[in-house]
Design a protein around this ligand. Structure first.
Ligand SMILES: CC(C)(COP(=O)(O)OP(=O)(O)OC[C@H]1O[C@@H](n2cnc3c(N)ncnc32)[C@H](O)[C@@H]1OP(=O)(O)O)[C@@H](O)C(=O)NCCC(=O)NCCS
Length: 174
């Protein structure tokens, strides 16, 4: 007989961030840029969302939905012809939600120089086939950096939930 409860328990065994991390590389083409030849912010946000969603889906082994993207600074322009490397990793898990960090690097192919241009935190929720939130496996941070990110994540989460609650009270959400 198919043991559904056992399968559920096994799938919720803790996982390390390295097991779901994602590295995604994009070449900045003319259609990705503004009139100055710099990468469009919206295009970068799209790539950040995709890289983060892949890491979250791998961790949860589920479809995921984005529920929050923390503010994003654009520290350096990325030029047409450069490579954009996005590294996504789970930093924290709740019951059904996960925080993912995405570090963005720009690589100049000719000089070989690589710089960190953006850092984002995104929250995803794992969903079942009916679109309802479902539990995710707990994350087990391993490296020093992962442990720091994990320990600071609860503060970031409380900030997001506070902001959500204020917006709801002000009637700013649908
Ligand atoms: C994802 C969705 C189904 C969740 O529904 P919901 O009613 O918010 O569900 P819950 O209140 O149970 O929240 C689910 C989890 O998300 C967390 N969450 C919800 N909103 C959040 C926010 N703004 N910031 C951080 N976490 C949030 C909750 O704390 C909860 O986490 P936990 O289970 O780890 O404790 C619903 O919010 C939704 O459909 N949103 C739109 C998603 C979307 O269209 N995204 C863009 C395309 S992918």
């Amino acid at each position: 007989m198919h043991d559904v409860s056992k399968e559920h328990i096994v799938s919720l065994t803790g996982k390390a961030p390295r097991e779901s991390q994602v590295e995604m590389t994009e070449l900045v083409l003319p259609n990705d840029t503004n009139l100055l030849g710099n990468l469009l912010g919206g295009r970068l946000m799209h790539w950040i969302d995709i890289a983060g969603a892949m890491a979250a889906s791998r961790h949860a082994e589920r479809i995921v939905a984005t529920v929050a993207l923390d503010s994003l600074d654009f520290r350096h322009p990325v030029r047409m012809g450069e490579l954009v490397i996005l590294k996504a990793k789970i930093t924290w898990t709740g019951r059904t939600s996960m925080e993912v960090t995405v570090n963005v690097f720009a690589e100049n192919i000719k000089s070989g120089k690589t710089i960190l241009t953006n850092k984002a935190f995104i929250t995803f929720v794992a969903l079942d086939d009916a679109g309802k939130p479902v539990p995710v496996p707990p994350i087990i941070p391993e490296t020093e950096e992962e442990k720091i990110n994990f320990s600071q994540a609860e503060v970031r989460r409380q900030e997001r939930l506070k902001k959500k609650s204020i917006e709801e009270n002000n009637g700013l959400t649908p």
